[in-house]
Design a protein around this ligand. Structure first.
Ligand SMILES: [Cu+2]
Length: 318
């Protein structure tokens, strides 16, 4: 076909180059994916993967819940052909979504298999010695060493954990964070539950910002693999922001509104909205039902973040 002339026929409008960005989808090579198998994790699995650990009832009647968490250095393909020297909990970014019930006794055995010193610092109410910060309790856990963090699950809500060794921003930004969910004693209504941890990758290590943004590890993942949900079913999203080097993050859903429970510490929502802003370590629960069928975007409403990876799709099915 002669492309020399732009006038007249369909030649001038057919077969456009595929450029992503904005509503056209990923800016990266359209549809290209990273090697999830080599990475050892897949955001589609992470989405609905809640790690309840191992539990048993103590003679006192109380439930003891235990996990092993291993820190390790790992190169991860964060965008097609882009490899990032990450630090991980249990080999994935974000780390495992640790889940328990209010009032249980929690025991986390932390093994540092990384070449760098790390800790696990949990958000929640616990003794100072279990805070996972340098110089208090077990303090910094050196490479090859381990410790046990033990505390009660309180308060109920959506929390997080992360490394607390300096330089703190880098230890977090390298990938050492995860969601920590404490269910209320009475539970929450049945729902299609999912976790979305918002974060970024400062691939230049200049500490001035991020070159990539994502939820659950891989930029644009849910553009390539939309999240399937059922029409009218209650959807509950545990939304956590662990982004470093940028002051705020946000979550916006298209074609719908949601009830928002900041920090998940109350069973009464504070807001009915389609957009929430979260600063670093802020988190909250979003509950919604999709009444309409079809594809609906979700993304950071900070457009820069969205176009550098923080966007995805819900596919509402019958
Ligand atoms: Cu660390």
């Amino acid at each position: 076909m002669d492309h020399g002339s732009m006038s007249g026929d369909a030649a001038s409008v057919s077969a456009p180059m595929v450029h992503g960005g904005g509503v056209n989808g990923p800016t990266f090579a359209a549809g290209a994916e990273v090697d999830h198998e080599a990475n050892g994790f897949d955001p589609t699995s992470i989405l609905r993967d809640f790690d309840w650990g191992k539990s048993r009832r103590l003679p006192s009647g109380r439930v003891l819940r235990e996990w092993d968490v291993v820190a390790a250095d790992k190169e991860i393909e964060v965008a097609p052909g882009v490899f990032y020297p990450a630090w991980t909990y249990n080999g994935r970014i974000p780390g495992p979504t640790l889940r328990c019930r209010e009032g249980e006794l929690l025991r986390i055995r932390f093994i540092n298999g990384s070449a760098h010193p790390h800790t696990m610092h949990f958000h929640g109410i616990h003794p100072a010695a279990m805070d996972g910060v340098p110089g208090i309790g077990a303090g910094v856990i050196e490479p090859g060493e381990s410790t046990i963090y033990e505390f009660e699950a309180e308060p109920f809500g959506l929390h997080l954990y992360h490394c607390h060794v300096g330089p703190l921003a880098e230890h977090i930004a390298r990938g050492l964070y995860g969601a920590f969910i404490v269910d209320p004693k009475e539970g929450r209504p049945d729902a299609d539950e999912m976790v979305t941890v918002q974060h970024g990758y400062n691939t230049t290590f200049d500490g001035l910002g991020n070159q990539l943004y994502a939820v659950n590890g891989i930029p644009f993942h849910y553009m390539n693999r939309p999240i399937e949900i059922r029409r009218d079913e209650l959807v509950r999203i545990y939304l956590v922001n662990t982004l470093e080097y940028d002051p705020i993050n946000s979550f916006h859903v298209h074609g719908n509104f949601f009830d928002y429970y900041p920090t998940g510490t109350s069973l009464t929502p504070t807001e009915f909205t389609d957009t929430v802003i979260q600063g670093q370590a802020q988190r909250g629960i979003c509950e919604m039902r999709f009444p309409k069928l079809g594809p609906f975007m979700f993304h950071a409403h900070k457009t820069e973040f969205a176009e550098l990876g923080w966007m995805g799709m819900f596919e509402v099915l019958r």
